[in-house]
Design a protein around this ligand. Structure first.
Ligand SMILES: Nc1ncnc2c1ncn2[C@@H]1O[C@H](COP(=O)(O)OP(=O)(O)OP(=O)(O)O)[C@@H](O)[C@H]1O
Length: 471
C-alpha cells in the first residue's frame, strides 16, 4: 500500500468528523512518509509535522485524534483492500527547513494594520505572514547559461521583461541544487530593479502552509489578512510546490490564490522537483493550472558547464583560482551545482585561512574528505582495450573483419558498451572500430540488447566488463 494513498483515504473519513480548524491544523498539515508492518498484524503509518505542538498533541496519550484516526483507518483500509486493518499513527516533528533568505516577520510595512481577533491592538493580524527578502546574488548576470538550462533561462528573462502576459505561470522544474531558486529569484530581482514599488513575494511552499494554518488558528481577521497579502501580489514566486502533495485544504487555498492572481494578469512563478502531473497527491485542477503557462526543465550540468560555473564564481570574487584546480573539482563533482559550490567554498576557505596558494593536491584532499572522486572518462579505445583483454582477443581483431563467433561477439559487446557509456555518435564509433559503417554499430547494439534479455551468461559478461570499466 502506498502511504499517500492510505493517508488520503483516512483523511477523507476524518474530514467528516473534524471541524475545519482542527482538520487544517492537526490533519491536513501532516505529511505521510512510510507504512511499517508490525508483528501483530497491525501497521503504523508514519507521518511528519513541521509544528512541534501538532506532533506533541498526536503523541499525547489518549488524544482524540489517534482514536478517530484508528477508526477512520479501519474504514479506509476496508474500502481500499476489502478488509479492515488496524493502523496506528506515528507523528514525528521535523524542524522546518530554514530558507536561505532573511525572514523578517516583524516587518509589517507592506501590510495594513488589522487588529487581531482577540482584540489585542498591539498584535497585528497580518504580522505572522512570512516576509522573505530576495537573495541579491540570485540574478541573471550571475547565472551561467548553458544547454542544460538555456530554455528555462530564456523564458525566465521573457517573464521578467513582461510579467503577467504570456508565460503564466512559469514553472521551473528539475533535480535538487540545479539553480531553480536562483533563476526564479532572478526574475524577482529584475522586476524590482525596474519597478521598485512592485509587490513581489517569494516564499517556499512550507511558508505558505505555515502562514495559512496560522491564519486559520488566529481567526477570520487573520484569514482575511492572509488572503489580502497573498492575492494582491504583482509577482508571486513559490518554491518547491511538490510539497503541496496530499494536502487538500491547503491545495484548495493555493488554487484560490492562484486564480485571484492570474485573473488580475499578475505573474506566478513556481519551482518543483518534477512535472506537476508526476507529483502524486496533487489535485488535477492544480496539475492543469500549473501546466497552463510554460514548464521549463533544468538538468544536470555537463563538465564544460561545471567548469564555467566555477570560473565565473572565481572571477566574480576575484579569487584567481588556478584552472587545473577548477578542472579537478568540476571533473569530480557531477551531482549538482550546490555540491559543486560546497567543494569550491571549502577550497577557498582553505586558501584564505592557510594564506597559501591552492593546488590540485589541496583540491584532491578536500574532494576525498568530502567523498568525491574524480570520474575517469570512459572512451571507445578504453572500452575496446577492456573488452579485448576480457575475451583474450586483440584490438586488431575487434577492428578487423573476421566473422568467427569468438571475435564477432566481443566486437558487438564493445560497440554496445561504446554506445551506452560514451557520448560518441554511431558514425564516430564506427570510425574507431576500423572504419565501419554506422549501420554496423546500430545492428550490433540492437543484437546485444536483444540477446542480453535471453542469455544469462552474456548478461553476466557485460556486467563484469562494466565493473572493470568503472574500477
Ligand atoms: N547555472 C548556474 N550558474 C550559477 N550558479 C548556479 C547555477 N545553477 C545553480 N547555481 C548555484 O547553485 C546553488 C543551488 O542553486 P538553487 O538553490 O537555485 O537550486 P535549486 O534547484 O532551487 O535546489 P532545490 O531544489 O534544492 O531547492 C545556488 O547557490 C545557485 O546560485
Amino acid at each position: 500500500m502506498d502511504p499517500i494513498q492510505l493517508w488520503n483515504a483516512i483523511k477523507e473519513d476524518l474530514r467528516k468528523k473534524t471541524n475545519e480548524f482542527s482538520y487544517a491544523t492537526y490533519i491536513d498539515s501532516l505529511t505521510p512518509v512510510a507504512i511499517i508492518e508490525n508483528d501483530n498484524n497491525s501497521v503504523t503509518l508514519q507521518l511528519t509535522s513541521n509544528h512541534e505542538n501538532v506532533a506533541d498533541e498526536w503523541q499525547t496519550d489518549g488524544n482524540a485524534y489517534t482514536q478517530s484516526f484508528v477508526q477512520s483507518a479501519m474504514m479506509a483500509t476496508m474500502s481500499l483492500n476489502g478488509q479492515p486493518t488496524y493502523v496506528m499513527p506515528s507523528v514525528t516533528y521535523i524542524e522546518p527547513k530554514p530558507t536561505q533568505l532573511d525572514l523578517n516577520p516583524a516587518d509589517s510595512s507592506t501590510n495594513d494594520p488589522v487588529e487581531s481577533d482577540d482584540g489585542d491592538s498591539t498584535v497585528l493580524a497580518s504580522n505572522f505572514i512570512t516576509k522573505a527578502t530576495l537573495n541579491p546574488e540570485f540574478r541573471f548576470d550571475t547565472f551561467v547559461s548553458s544547454d542544460e538550462n538555456r530554455e528555462a533561462y530564456s523564458v525566465a528573462q521573457a517573464v521578467a521583461d513582461n510579467p503577467g502576459t504570456q508565460w503564466n505561470p512559469l514553472l521551473i522544474y528539475g533535480g535538487v541544487g540545479l539553480g531553480k531558486t536562483h533563476l526564479m529569484q532572478s526574475i524577482g530581482n529584475a522586476v524590482l530593479e525596474r519597478t521598485p514599488e512592485a509587490k513581489v513575494k517569494f516564499i517556499t511552499t512550507e511558508d505558505f502552509i505555515n502562514d495559512f494554518t496560522e491564519a486559520l488558528r488566529r481567526g477570520p481577521k487573520a484569514t482575511e489578512a492572509f488572503k489580502r497579502e497573498y492575492r494582491s501580489t504583482d509577482l508571486l514566486m513559490v518554491d518547491d510546490v511538490q510539497f503541496l502533495a496530499g494536502k487538500e485544504k491547503i491545495q484548495e487555498e493555493f488554487f484560490n490564490t492562484f486564480n485571484a492572481i492570474t485573473r488580475e494578469n499578475n505573474q506566478i512563478v513556481l519551482t518543483s522537483d518534477k512535472l506537476p502531473k508526476e507529483i502524486p497527491g496533487l489535485e488535477m485542477r492544480l496539475v492543469t493550472r500549473f501546466g497552463q503557462g510554460y514548464s521549463a526543465n533544468i538538468t544536470k550540468p555537463d563538465l564544460p558547464t561545471r567548469v564555467a560555473i566555477l570560473r565565473n564564481k572565481s572571477d566574480q570574487e576575484n579569487l584567481n583560482i588556478p584552472n587545473d584546480v577548477i578542472d579537478e573539482i568540476a571533473a569530480a563533482v557531477d551531482t549538482n551545482v550546490r555540491d559543486l559550490e560546497g567543494v569550491f567554498n571549502q577550497v577557498v576557505g582553505k586558501m584564505k585561512f592557510s594564506k597559501a596558494d591552492v593546488t590540485v593536491e589541496t583540491a584532491r584532499s578536500i574532494l576525498e574528505k568530502m567523498s568525491f572522486k574524480r570520474q575517469r572518462a570512459i572512451t571507445v579505445p578504453i572500452i575496446q582495450d577492456t573488452v579485448a583483454t576480457y575475451f583474450d582477443v586483440t584490438i586488431d581483431d575487434l577492428n578487423g573483419k573476421k566473422r568467427n563467433k569468438e571475435i564477432v561477439v566481443p566486437r558487438q559487446i564493445a560497440m554496445y558498451l561504446a554506445r551506452e557509456l560514451t557520448q560518441d555518435s554511431l558514425p564516430q564509433i564506427g570510425r574507431t572500430f576500423g572504419g565501419k559503417d554506422h549501420t554496423t554499430v546500430m545492428h550490433s547494439t540492437e543484437k546485444i540488447e536483444k540477446k542480453i534479455a535471453e542469455d544469462e551468461q552474456l548478461q553476466r559478461q557485460v556486467e563484469e566488463i562494466r565493473e572493470k570499466l568503472s574500477d
